[in-house]
Design a protein around this ligand. Structure first.
Ligand code: PMP
Length: 352
């Protein structure tokens, strides 16, 4: 019966799969940070959560989180901030914001799968521009697609997921200059990158920079944010569900940002580990490591499926990209773990 009621384009989809991973597995599949607060900070956080006014609806404005974000990440004064229940939610509502008949969403491919998913969900035309085989940006093809389709919204992950490869800043700037619709620079991995468009948020009016707490240690809080021009943020505010953020996340995120040195310390460890892991893996036979500016590396390795399974048998879970896109043949994505986790991974990869 539901088949007649539910929209056919949703019936045709499969739900986002969240793997149930045994506790003794090393989880290097989802760009999470492997560190948790030390006990002392956990206790401090617990006491703040205990007194959070959870009998009341949450109010981001009085939570102080926006100011904390502004200071922690140098968000320019001219920009306004929208909060989302994960940046996933912001992607969803930004897409809804422009979902008129015949509107187009443009994204690069391979990139974050939710851009396409949301285009399909809200009935936008989806136009994808393939990356070059080395996962760099094909500027000429992208500009041609913009000229042809005049997308209402463009999503660019900078650095890109699932490849990690940085795009040239001037290419991204050329896309911003050419676009007549909204341009979302999705800097989910920005904390691990040497470059950012955050200082330009809202300049021009159609440029939005999106970030998340997920990749810097707090995936469980579900807290994403977007910085942009007041005109755009005000429109977005009209369609975000009221009370989409909850007191516990708002409180914990604010606490986390007040301990930014702890966050930065771990970003530094993971960034150094990225270099070490990239070097070690590049020594393996028949293996290419793509340069990464994110907290993961993407590799191409002979018999990727076997390598994936070998790691899994040894209780290390990574992400198999092979089979998900023609450009990702024999590719695997490895989240950077703590040094001892990375050592185990390297040892297994080195074993014949
Ligand atoms: N953007 C990109 C490029 C991502 O890779 C991800 C997570 N995989 C997200 C957004 C969503 O992040 P979250 O909803 O956890 O903030």
């Amino acid at each position: 019966m539901l088949n007649h009621i539910i929209r056919p384009n949703i019936l045709a989809q499969t739900a986002y799969q969240i793997a149930n991973i045994p506790n003794d597995f090393i989880k290097l599949d989802a760009m999470e940070v492997p560190y948790q607060f030390p006990t002392e900070l956990q206790n401090q956080l617990a006491s703040q959560l205990a007194t959070a006014p959870i009998n009341r609806y949450p109010n981001p404005a009085t939570s102080g989180l926006q100011n904390e974000l502004r200071q922690a990440f140098n968000i320019p004064e001219h920009a306004q901030i929208a909060l989302g229940n994960g940046s996933d939610e912001l992607i969803q509502f930004l897409t809804l914001l422009v979902a008129k008949p015949n509107a187009t969403l443009l994204a690069l491919e391979p990139s974050f799968v939710m851009y396409r998913h949301n285009a399909e969900l809200f009935g936008l035309n989806y136009v994808s521009v393939p990356l070059n085989p080395d996962f760099t940006l094909n500027l000429a093809a992208t500009l041609a697609a913009i000229a042809e389709h005049q997308p209402a919204i463009i999503f660019i992950a900078y650095p890109n997921n699932p490849t990690g490869v940085p795009f040239r800043r001037k290419d991204v700037q050329a896309i911003i200059n050419a676009a007549t619709g909204i341009v979302v620079i999705d800097e989910a991995y920005g904390a691990f990158s040497s470059d950012s468009f955050l200082p330009q948020a809202g300049q021009p009016e159609n440029l939005l920079i999106m970030r998340t707490m997920s990749k810097i240690g707090f995936a469980g809080l579900r807290l994403g944010y977007a910085a942009g021009h007041a005109n755009l943020i005000n429109e977005l505010a009209k369609i975000l569900p009221p009370y989409n953020m909850n007191w516990l996340s708002l409180t914990a995120a604010k606490f986390a940002l007040q301990h930014k040195s702890w966050i930065d310390q771990h970003i530094a460890i993971l960034t150094a580990e990225r270099a070490r892991l990239s070097h070690e893996i590049s020594q393996l036979p028949n293996t290419t490591v793509f340069p990464s500016q994110a907290n993961f590396i993407t590799i191409r390795i002979a018999e990727a499926e076997k390598v994936f399974n070998k790691l899994k048998e040894n209780k290390i879970l990574i992400k198999k990209l092979h089979g998900s896109h023609p450009l990702l043949d024999n590719c695997l994505r490895i989240t950077i773990g703590a040094p001892e986790q990375n050592n185990l991974l390297i040892n297994i990869l080195k074993k014949p």
